[in-house]
Ligand binder design. Structure first.
Ligand SMILES: *Cc1c(COP(=O)(O)O)cnc(C)c1O
Length: 314
């Protein structure tokens, strides 16, 4: 049986972006999942409601997960672990080490941080198992959460988000729903839920990683199939992955992305992040400019990323 624990502050608001809509010639609404929590803000906490429910059910004492040094998912996992009395161990890909943003919070939560090289990260599952054995020798019970919390269980968090959304606004009135794609769980959950409800609204995922669209199409389909085993029967989900707004590299914003962050903060008093949502938002503006369409953008959070990249932003 699937167990969900209440962690996020729900429902998050849906707002109309008046100025941006008037200026860009389409109706843009935003689902404020940057407001799911304070320290647990963003999309990962919705996935953790299910993943941590499972961890507790299995009697875990220690939580493993992985990500980049400034991973939002790692920070949310460290936070939620401490909230539930569990010990977080974060396996973070080595990179420029800025003691601010998510990493600073990881440290305040006393997370055990294991820095791994990019090559080691390719085989993170082996490293997990090695460390798991060590922890088990010391009597810990380890629960492993995959990168981004993106498996079928985690994706249920975004299935749940759509159930929340349909009570807030007429979902079928939108011509598309747009979100950023980093590990695929968010778009999998959203598209599975839309298909489950029989809605024909397509989901557009703006890929911000170095992997390509084909990889994510397969991964998302697999997650949706696996959700079937958890009792959520979704037929062929309607989604598309767009590769054209990735910028210079993962977690590196282009000048245009930086300008979008400043523009939206100034016009709408909403802060986008430099890794995911600025790229997805810029993609939304470019794809739908002057279209007259009605679009919903899912703000997946990432606020602490602006502190880690402050020098780049101003
Ligand atoms: C992780 C993350 C995403 C991507 O979500 P996935 O489910 O991993 O595809 C988007 N935005 C923010 C701010 C994130 O932290």
């Amino acid at each position: 049986m699937v167990v969900r624990i209440d962690l996020a502050i729900k429902p998050t608001p849906v707002q109309f972006l008046r100025k941006v809509s008037a200026e860009y010639g389409f109706d843009l609404y935003i689902k404020r999942d940057d407001l799911t929590e304070l320290l647990g803000s963003g999309n990962k906490i919705r996935k953790l409601e299910y993943l941590m429910g499972d961890a507790l059910k299995q009697g875990a004492t220690t939580i493993f997960t992985s990500g980049g040094l400034q991973s939002n998912h790692a920070r949310a996992t460290a936070y939620v672990s401490r909230k539930l009395g569990l010990k977080p161990v974060l396996f973070l890909r080595k990179g420029e080490k800025v003691l601010n943003g998510n990493l600073l919070l990881d440290m305040l939560f006393g997370a055990e941080i294991v820095e791994v090289s990019s090559e080691e990260y390719e085989n993170i599952d082996e490293i997990f198992l090695e460390y798991k054995k060590e922890k088990e020798k010391r009597g810990e019970k380890v629960y492993i959460i995959p990168e981004g919390g993106s498996n079928a269980l985690g994706a249920l968090g975004y299935f749940n988000m759509v159930m929340e959304l349909k009570d807030q606004i007429d979902v079928e009135s939108f011509e598309a729903i747009v979100c950023a794609v980093g590990s695929g769980g968010t778009i999998a959950g959203i598209s599975a839920a839309l298909s489950f409800l029989g809605y024909r609204v397509p989901v557009i995922g703006v890929n911000v990683t170095t992997k390509n669209a084909d990889y994510f199409v397969e991964k998302v389909k697999k997650i949706v199939r696996d959700m079937g085993k958890l009792g959520v029967e979704a037929k062929e989900p309607r989604f598309e992955i767009v590769d054209s707004f990735r910028g210079p590299a993962y977690a590196v914003p282009s000048d245009e992305d930086v300008n979008v962050i400043k523009e939206i903060a100034t016009k709408e008093a909403i802060v986008l992040d430099p890794v995911y949502t600025s790229k997805a938002f810029r993609g939304t503006l470019e794809m739908f400019r002057s279209s007259g369409k009605r679009i919903l953008f899912v703000h997946t959070g990432g606020i602490f990323g602006v502190f880690a990249q402050s020098g780049r932003l101003v």
